[in-house]
Write a new protein. Structure first.
Length: 254
C-alpha cells in the first residue's frame, strides 16, 4: 500500500488531465454542515489541486499539502498563490489548527495508528473534518464485466479496499465507521453526490493510467493490460463516479 501511495508524482500531468474535478455542490454541502463561514482550511493529499481550486472559491486561507513535490508543482500551475507544504499527513506540524480539514480521495493513505489523534490536533474544536471520494467505474455492466475479465490475469481489483474492512454494502462506509468510534469527533454524517459523465476510450485508458494499482505494475505488464482493455471498450465509455462525502465535527471535549 505504501508503494501505491507514492506512485503518483511520475504521472502528475496525466493526473491533472484525466482525473475529474469536483462539483460545486460538494463545497456547498461542506459549508452548510459547518453552519458558519470557514476562514481557514488544511487539505491533506492535495495532488494536482482538483479539490483545491474548488475550496479556494469560498475559503480565504487554504493550505494544500502533499508528500510529492511534482504533484504540488502541478497544483501551483492551476491554483497560483495558494499556500502549499510538501509533507505527508504524518509529517505535518501540529502547531496550527484549522476551521476545516479536508481530504479528497487521499485519507486512506494515512497511517491508522495515529490518524485520528493527529487529525484532532489539526481541526479546531468545533471545526469540521471532510473526506470525500469514490471509485470511477464504467456505468454499463457489460463494459465493466469485460474490463474486469481482461484485467483479472494482471490485477484482482484496481480499487482501494476499505481500510477497516467495511463491506461495500454496509450503510456507513469508511472513514465514517472509524469516525463514529473516535473520541475526538461527533455528528458523523455520510451523503452521496451523484456524478455521471462520458469518456472516449482513449481518455478512459488515460484515467486508468493514473490509478495506483496500474502504476505499480511493471511497464511491460501495464502496456499489455492497457492494450487488452482497449480492445473491449466502446468508443465512448459512460462513467459512474458518485462521490461519497463524510463529515464530522471536532468535539469541544476532550
Amino acid at each position: 500500500m505504501t508503494r501505491r501511495a507514492v506512485s503518483f508524482g511520475a504521472i502528475a500531468e496525466a493526473y491533472e488531465r484525466f482525473r475529474p474535478g469536483y462539483p460545486p455542490v460538494l463545497l456547498d454541502r461542506v459549508l452548510a454542515y459547518a453552519g458558519h463561514p470557514v476562514h481557514t482550511a488544511l487539505e491533506i493529499g492535495a495532488g494536482t489541486g482538483k479539490a483545491t481550486r474548488l475550496f479556494t472559491q469560498q475559503v480565504a486561507a487554504v493550505t494544500a499539502t502533499d508528500p510529492d513535490a511534482v504533484m504540488l508543482a502541478e497544483l501551483r500551475k492551476h491554483v497560483p498563490g495558494v499556500r502549499t507544504e510538501q509533507a505527508a499527513f504524518e509529517e505535518l506540524r501540529l502547531e496550527e489548527t484549522y476551521g476545516l480539514v479536508y481530504a479528497a480521495a487521499s485519507l486512506h493513505w494515512t497511517q491508522p495508528e495515529c490518524r485520528w489523534s493527529r487529525m484532532a490536533r489539526l481541526v479546531q474544536r468545533g471545526g469540521v473534518l471532510a473526506s470525500f471520494g469514490g471509485p470511477l467505474r464504467p456505468a454499463d455492466p457489460a463494459v465493466a464485466d469485460a474490463v474486469r475479465a481482461v484485467r483479472a490475469p494482471f490485477l484482482g481489483s484496481d480499487e482501494i479496499p476499505s481500510p477497516d474492512g467495511t463491506h461495500p454494502e454496509h450503510a456507513m462506509q469508511w472513514p465514517g465507521t472509524e469516525l463514529q468510534q473516535s473520541p475526538f469527533f461527533t455528528d458523523v454524517r455520510q451523503t452521496v453526490v451523484e456524478r455521471r459523465y462520458a469518456l472516449s476510450a482513449g481518455d478512459y485508458l488515460g484515467h486508468l493510467s493514473t490509478i495506483s494499482a496500474y502504476l505499480v505494475l511493471a511497464p511491460a505488464q501495464r502496456e499489455e493490460l492497457f492494450r487488452r482493455i482497449g480492445r473491449v471498450l466502446p468508443e465512448v465509455v459512460e462513467m459512474e463516479a458518485d462521490i461519497t462525502l463524510h463529515l464530522a465535527r471536532r468535539r469541544h471535549e476532550p
